[in-house]
Design a binder for this molecule. Structure first.
Ligand SMILES: *[C@@H]1O[C@H](CO)[C@@H](O)[C@H](O)[C@H]1NC(C)=O
Ligand SMILES: *[C@@H]1O[C@H](CO)[C@@H](O)[C@H](O)[C@H]1NC(C)=O
Ligand SMILES: *[C@@H]1O[C@H](CO)[C@@H](O)[C@H](O)[C@H]1NC(C)=O
Length: 468
């Protein structure tokens, strides 16, 4: 949640979604994504089905089925953007209590659906309501107030039965001045101090610690990363979850899992740290990628790298605490009301949760990684979900080794296509669009079929019968 103002920049794609190709589309050099049928992995745990904020503070405001059908399983909140009297710790006891109450409600909602919950202490502290005279943790070498804050928060977590399924995210995006307006060294001191305080408390032994939750990617030129790695190594305090955010430009070649998974892994070895037990991209997707196409792309990426991901949230004020980070909306546009409907992105999560339950296939993205696929099989059915990053062009999906699916090395398959193809997050899509069944012939043991991406927002799922 870097900025609430970006929502004004809503891009509009003009062409309707279609699988026929009327418009002159520019071909790309490396448009093919591949499903490697011979290689499968364990069934999905719906690693991408979380979002940050997006849950109303009023319990049960969003009907259950919106959570259960999409497989919601990870929340992250701390009362951000609530106004007086809920501005957080730095405004005194009442304002702290009210922010904590919002956090507790979101925790309870997340647990109701079996999810894990990442608590955001920087928000409960009140970093969204600072001014030039605000005292930050550790100012002038004094940690007294911060230690008191941590002790109070721990005590309230225990008193409210909040330790199960809890992840303590030490400080969100300290590399952005809006969340940390002090030297990097002071954040490092806070980080070490907080990790040790949590681990010193045996009642919190089941609580995972996550960090560094930097806004910027893990690259060896970034001193927020390198100095942090050096400190956690020298203090022997690796986090339970290595967390960071991928919300940068869709065309930045580093802003993707392949690049970050390998850079983080080489940085860990440089600093003598073991492989992560878990990687959590606890904010994924830039504002423009809040489309069905972007959702399919992020699901494909997170599943390939076995990383947990929580959808970034680009809404502000009360809308931040509603709308599931832009996958549901309502005609009343009123934060308190309950007239919700799902959009195309919601339908992607629902399909992912309900139709893609079996073992995962290994897949690879297009050469430029702007197009990606996620594939599973269950009930003798191959299911392939496509995704892309704000681009119009021709793509192609190849399914390698049809014989590994129990099919002949040449023949015909009847492919059922579903469209997630309405534009704009406020536009309803009550069920995926049935685009019918088309027979595709193939030879040489490889199925190849084209996709015409005539707009930047739509994506599709493809199904055909197999014999495994
Ligand atoms: C500045 O922030 C502090 C909390 O850090 C608050 O107590 C104080 O009232 C604020 N001052 C103004 C002028 O808003
Ligand atoms: C305390 O720390 C703040 C922030 O680093 C600084 O602006 C201020 O001058 C310091 N005050 C004293 C008394 O040193
Ligand atoms: C991601 O990095 C880890 C090492 O940190 C490595 O074990 C794993 O194989 C990588 N994932 C992929 C899909 O390359």
């Amino acid at each position: 949640m870097k900025s609430v103002f970006c929502s004004l920049l809503l891009a509009s794609a003009l062409a309707p979604a279609t699988l026929a190709s009327p418009a002159p589309l520019k071909p790309r050099a490396t448009p093919i994504a591949t499903v490697w049928s011979k290689q499968t992995k364990s069934a999905s745990k719906r690693l991408a089905s979380g979002f940050i904020y997006g849950i109303p503070d009023t319990l049960n405001q969003v009907p259950d089925h919106f959570y259960t059908e999409m497989g919601f399983n990870y929340g992250r909140a701390g009362g951000a953007q609530l106004g007086s009297p809920a501005r957080g710790w730095i405004y005194g006891s009442t304002e702290y209590k009210n922010r904590f109450k919002s956090t507790l409600n979101n925790y309870q909602t997340t647990r109701k659906y079996g999810g894990k919950f990442i608590i955001l202490p920087h928000d409960i502290w009140g970093t969204d309501h600072v001014n030039s005279s605000t005292v930050w943790p550790g100012d002038n070498g004094s940690w007294t107030d911060y230690d008191k804050f941590v002790a109070q928060l721990v005590s309230d977590i225990k008193a409210n039965g909040m330790t199960a399924g809890l992840v303590w995210d030490i400080w969100n995006e300290p590399d952005l001045t809006i969340f940390w307006n002090r030297p990097q060294s002071q954040w490092l001191d806070l980080y070490v101090r907080t990790h040790k305080a949590i681990r010193a408390d045996s009642a919190l032994s089941g609580v995972e610690v996550s960090g560094p939750s930097l806004a910027n990617m893990p690259v060896s030129s970034n001193t927020w990363w390198t100095n942090w790695l050096s400190r956690i190594k020298s203090s022997s305090i690796p986090p339970d979850q290595y967390s960071y955010h991928l919300e940068g430009s869709s065309t930045d070649p580093n802003n993707k899992l392949s690049s970050c998974n390998s850079s983080l892994s080489s940085m860990l070895s440089t600093y003598g740290l073991s492989k992560p037990k878990l990687t959590n991209i606890n904010e994924y997707g830039n504002y423009g990628e809040q489309t069905a196409a972007g959702t399919g792309w992020w699901i494909s990426q997170l599943e390939r790298y076995d990383a947990v991901g929580l959808r970034g949230n680009w809404l502000g004020s009360c809308s931040l605490h509603d709308y599931f980070a832009q996958i549901i909306y309502k005609p009343s546009n009123n934060c308190g009301s309950t007239d919700y409907y799902p959009n195309a992105q919601y339908q992607v999560y629902k399909y992912y949760n309900q139709q893609m339950t079996g073992p995962r296939f290994v897949t690879s993205p297009s050469g430029d990684e702007i197009f990606d696929v996620y594939a599973t099989h269950q009930n003798s059915k191959m299911t392939i979900l496509a995704g892309s990053r704000l681009s119009t062009t021709f793509w192609q999906i190849n399914v390698d080794s049809m014989s590994a699916l129990g099919l002949p090395t040449s023949g015909t398959v009847n492919i059922q296509t579903w469209g997630f193809d309405t534009n704009g997050w406020q536009t309803t899509l009550s069920t995926p669009t049935n685009l019918g069944v088309v027979a595709h012939t193939y030879t040489n043991n490889v199925l190849e079929f084209p996709i015409f991406q005539t707009n930047t927002y739509a994506t599709w799922a493809f199904e055909f019968a197999i014999k495994i």
